[in-house]
Design a protein around this ligand. Structure first.
Ligand code: PMP
Length: 308
């Protein structure tokens, strides 16, 4: 189950803030026809009347890296990006937790997909967003029959629109079979990530995660987890993860901007969280995330940008 999302009234489109209903692109554009976009996804929290955005600069840097990987010439300076986000938050004045979606899209109506010589446009819109999953009793996952594409096929470190065809196929298959989400394996059978989230698991009391060099997206929430663990002197190891390691895990959880932290009940019917409760690592990390949002963690001021 995916939570209700409501698009907020204003968007940034063609260099200005406009009502969302006026932020439209052509049905013939390369972005619509071939998925030539590159996007970001940023969380905002509404707490005590204030809006706080999580790791804005890191999201900006990943978006910049993402378009660089695609070879797109579409500069968007940090100062400009920051200003647009600020103005949009002011106009939309969210009253609940929210999500910011900045993206570049190819506006050309020419036939034949290509990045070279295509003008790319920058837009931003926002929506309210609570929990991505209704997961009180843990997520039920299915290893997908669709393989996660390798970096030899598509740039895995870029949130490029077309890459999400792979996600959509895997997610739909999992839903059709009655699961909440899919676990993606690469061509060699190593577990890479879920559809829009990274994975962590514990075995024999030790926390493991797939290596950065696997074809996963390097999640900013994943990095946040690593940095929280480092700060708390809790070891974590990057490893090649195969399916039986996941089946035999003592604890398995997902991390992502939309998903946040979500524990897994079972994979392919093999139960991991028999008590339907998050395990000790996920519980600890959830507490640390709460501390960060309350402003009482050493990383709070560094990671949160507050808007009046
Ligand atoms: N993997 C994929 C394929 C994703 O789309 C996302 C969501 N951006 C993630 C992992 C998690 O990344 P992040 O923590 O930066 O949201």
């Amino acid at each position: 189950m995916v939570a209700q999302q409501e698009i907020l009234p204003y968007a940034y489109f063609e260099n200005k803030i406009v009502p969302f209903s006026q932020a439209n692109i052509s049905i013939a554009s390369q972005s619509v026809q071939y998925g030539l976009t590159c996007f970001g996804g940023i969380r905002g929290y509404h707490r005590e009347g204030k809006n706080k955005v999580f790791r804005l600069h890191d999201h900006y840097l990943r978006l910049k890296e993402g378009i660089h990987c695609l070879g797109i010439e579409a500069p968007c300076l940090w100062e400009e990006f920051q200003g647009i986000v600020r103005e949009l938050i002011e106009c939309n004045a969210p009253k609940a937790d929210f999500y910011i979606r900045p993206f570049f899209h190819a506006g050309s109506l020419a036939l034949g997909p290509r990045f070279l010589g295509m003008p790319f446009h920058f837009s931003v819109y926002m929506m309210t967003l609570g929990s991505y999953f209704e997961h009180a009793k843990g997520l039920r996952l299915k290893t997908s029959s669709w393989r996660k594409f390798s970096d030899a096929a598509l740039p895995t470190k870029s949130k490029a629109g077309g890459c999400y065809l792979n996600t959509a196929l895997a997610k739909s298959e999992a839903m059709l079979d009655g699961y909440d989400d899919a676990l993606m394996m690469d061509e060699q059978g190593s577990i890479v990530e879920a559809t829009v989230a990274n994975i962590f698991l514990s075995r024999r009391g030790k926390l493991l995660m797939p290596e950065t060099g696997s074809s996963m997206l390097e999640g900013i929430t994943r990095r946040t987890v690593i940095e929280i663990l480092q700060e708390a002197s809790i070891p974590i190891q990057a490893a090649k993860i195969d399916r039986s390691m996941v089946y035999a895990a003592e604890e398995l959880f997902l991390t992502g901007t939309a998903v946040q932290l979500a524990f897994v009940h079972s994979v392919d019917g093999r139960v991991i969280a028999a008590d339907q409760k998050p395990g000790p690592f996920c519980t600890l990390l959830t507490q640390k995330f709460d501390e960060i949002l309350r402003g009482s963690h050493p990383f709070s001021s560094q990671w949160l940008t507050e808007y009046p």
